[in-house]
Design a binder for this molecule. Structure first.
Ligand SMILES: N[C@@H](CCC(=O)N[C@@H](CS)C(=O)NCC(=O)O)C(=O)O
Length: 220
């Protein structure tokens, strides 16, 4: 059953403005793996996630959703893990470190980024990276979250390096996206972390997402 599924075309459902950090993670993963895939935009500002079609595909009404034949999966970290298992090294680049403890660290960083730092996510949404920068300064809670992000990232990113581990991992892209919320909005970010985020931003898979054409933004 599954080998047949793996031959089926891949479709990534993502938001219509190409700003979802979770869709970004899956997009980078698919691109780094060298997989051909289609993208379908879901207009979240028109509540397209509530349509029966998307509800059936995602179950939870959220993007990203990966579709492969009759198999549909939402939750970016589950999708990344699926792709890593379904398209493993050496036939495809590994997107999690091969060393067990590094792999665990990458998963820690990915889980943390998805579950903490809420004031940054609220006050510096990814629309401020791809559209217009924020107009108001960070609140006290936002500043505390920025400090927490910078403190942790300064430990996670080794000195003199622009990647978390020896080779690229999907945690690099996720951490860079979180740091870009500060950088793009002119917040103070130490040079080591700025160099890290900028290096990740130059990666072709990341550029393909960042430079993808976007329609005019409608706040939602
Ligand atoms: N934990 C989820 C988060 C997904 C998520 O929050 N997606 C947002 C777009 S960035 C969404 O679909 N929002 C629409 C909604 O919740 O109705 C993941 O990692 O995929």
């Amino acid at each position: 059953m599954e080998p047949l599924t793996l031959c089926e075309p891949l479709t990534l459902y993502l938001d219509g403005f190409w700003i979802s950090p979770y869709a970004f993670s899956v997009f980078v993963c698919l691109t780094e793996k060298g997989l051909s895939f289609e993208t379908r935009e879901v207009k979240l500002h028109e509540r397209a996630q509530d349509t029966p079609e998307l509800k059936t595909k995602s179950v939870t009404g959220r993007v990203p959703v990966l579709e492969q034949g009759a198999f549909r999966l939402s939750e970016s970290s589950a999708i990344v893990e699926y792709l890593e298992e379904a398209y493993p090294a050496p036939a495809h680049p590994a997107l999690l470190p091969s060393a067990r403890q590094d792999r665990a660290r990458a998963r820690q960083i990915m889980a943390w980024i998805r579950s903490d730092l809420m004031p940054i996510r609220e006050e510096r949404p990814t629309s401020t990276i791809f559209y217009e920068a924020a107009r108001t300064p960070l609140s006290a809670a936002g500043q505390a979250a920025a400090y927490k992000l910078i403190a942790a990232a300064s430990i996670f990113v080794p000195d003199g390096r622009t990647s978390l581990f020896d080779d690229f991992s999907i945690a690099d892209a996720d951490l860079a996206m979180m740091l870009q919320r500060l950088i793009a909005n002119g917040e103070e970010v130490p040079s080591k972390l700025r160099a890290f985020a900028e290096a990740q931003w130059r990666r072709p898979s990341v550029r393909a997402f960042v430079n993808h054409p976007r329609p005019s933004y409608v706040a939602y």
